[in-house]
Design a protein around this ligand. Sequence first.
Ligand code: DAT
Length: 176
Amino acid sequence: MAGGGRMRPNILVTGTPGTGKTTTCSLLADATQLRHINVGDLVKTKNLHDGWDEVFECQIMNEELLCDEIEDMMEDGGNIVDYHGCDFFPEHWFDRVVVLQTDNSVLYDRLSSRGYMGAKLTNNMECEIFQVLLEEARSSYAADIVIPLQSNCVEDISSNVATLTNWVNNWRPVGS
Ligand code: DAT
């Protein structure tokens, strides 16, 4: 059931690494008092992984362990989930799926200054160019809850946080 009986909404913020998920989620959490769940950090601190992926140079997350870990919080509602993937969460968990997008040249600079290079840089650039996360979101969630937002400059961050804060404040539990 949409809404799942929760009293506060759950939002998924997804997008290619470097598009601004963590920055946006942390400001949105401050503005709304929703809980920011940074999936990458949680996977590290709770060891929810199955080893190291040599090609992508990242931990191989165990999706089932992650979903078990956050299930109770998600059923209660009031969460902002921050992750560069979205097809393995139960669909009913989310009331809004935000896909952050960044222009190629801007993203290239952000990822380079984060120290990404070689295959890792190329893979992430291709992920953005081919709109992988937008396609993944659209094939995993109802079209009317998937919202692409541009994240190129600091003004975009403020306006995205304002738009989403407004949406949270106007959200009502299903049936009320
Ligand atoms: P992500 O969590 O998607 O990997 P981040 O929030 O860590 O991204 O941001 C990566 C870097 O880019 C960080 O130094 C902040 C900066 N940044 C993010 N969004 C931005 C924006 N819209 N305008 C300017 N800088 C931004």
